[in-house]
Design a protein around this ligand. Sequence first.
Ligand code: 3PG
Length: 208
Amino acid sequence: MTSIPDILAMGPVMPVIVIDDSSKAVPLAQALIDGGIRTIEITLRTPAALESIRAVADACPDILIGAGTVTNEALATSARDAGARFLVSPGTTDAVIKGAADAGLPLLPGAASVSEIMRLMDAGFSAIKFFPAAAAGGPSFVKSLASPLAGLQVCPTGGISLDSARDWLSLPNVPCVGGSWIAPQTMISAGDFRTIIANARAAAALAD
Ligand code: 3PG
């Protein structure tokens, strides 16, 4: 099992995927791999999500697949059964924490306030998804956490672009950002994998 800190260290950007057609999942994952991406979050927001996770888990050993938008216990188990290797939630309830534990998968738990983050640290989490990142405070909010919440790793997601990713990644407590800009829903539906490869390359290069 790969730990959340190890997953966040796999690259500067984790694409957040909303997919409507599971037949596009493997070409999408291949485009991301070709562009230098090593981990993705497929959100459980569409009927095609679980089948997409299953397809990528079966066909693409070179990418570590997580399930996103895990908002209840049952989704954690379904994601694990489909082949997800980690879970991501937009916010965190006791049910989501229990679901991840029962599924035996690491969880990147969502939080948007200092008190929420402190509760997660009390529960043993050392990394969180800060969501919705731009709307909930932007880079200055996360910068302010570095001193009081030492040792915390933050993966901001929500409203981040290639340009703004640089501001976030310059913070010492941000190893990785998440975002849909690399492979937006409409681009996946249109099968525009050429642009997705280019976006993935630009995102992966943020590590340089
Ligand atoms: C998420 O679930 O993290 C967000 O939907 C991604 O946000 P973005 O679409 O603004 O990148």
